[in-house]
Design a protein around this ligand. Sequence first.
Ligand SMILES: [Ca+2]
Length: 181
Amino acid sequence: MYQVTVGQTIVTGLQLVALCSDDNALQCRTLLFLALSQDILYPFGPTHRDLETPKMDDGSSPEISLLIPFVFFTIPYRTIYVNNNGVISFNVQVSQFTPEAFPLSDSRSFIAPLWADVHNGIRGDVYYRETTEPDILDRASQDVRKYFKNMPTFTATWVFISTWHQVTFYGGSQTTPGRHC
Ligand SMILES: [Ca+2]
């Protein structure tokens, strides 16, 4: 991914964690993590049975069927796509590499943790998995209670983890990211 500078700190990993609870009515939230090291991120990669998007410019995962519907702005979605250019989308893949302001003029609906011209065909990996592992659910529940003060009893029953790990940008190389934005 593009290297992001936060203060004097350079961030080289990004993860979007989507999670839902069905305690009462189904409710879902998303958490975004920028990381200096893998320690901050939820576990990811092949050893955690992650799947990986195609290593190519502007590529996407196949349509991913979810164990539960993910509720986004009151609409339940039963499938999603993980797109290399930093977008989790509903209904359609997104190959668009130039971000634009929301709401989009064509009414597409998606989550854009890092909408940029990523090129993981050159460097890096885009991983994803859904899980109901107890350790992950516990961590997700604690994170939601920590970051959403109005949800002190949130109990995650499902989690989707997508990770852009050390990806570079279109025009980058094996030794980039080196561009700051
Ligand atoms: Ca791209």
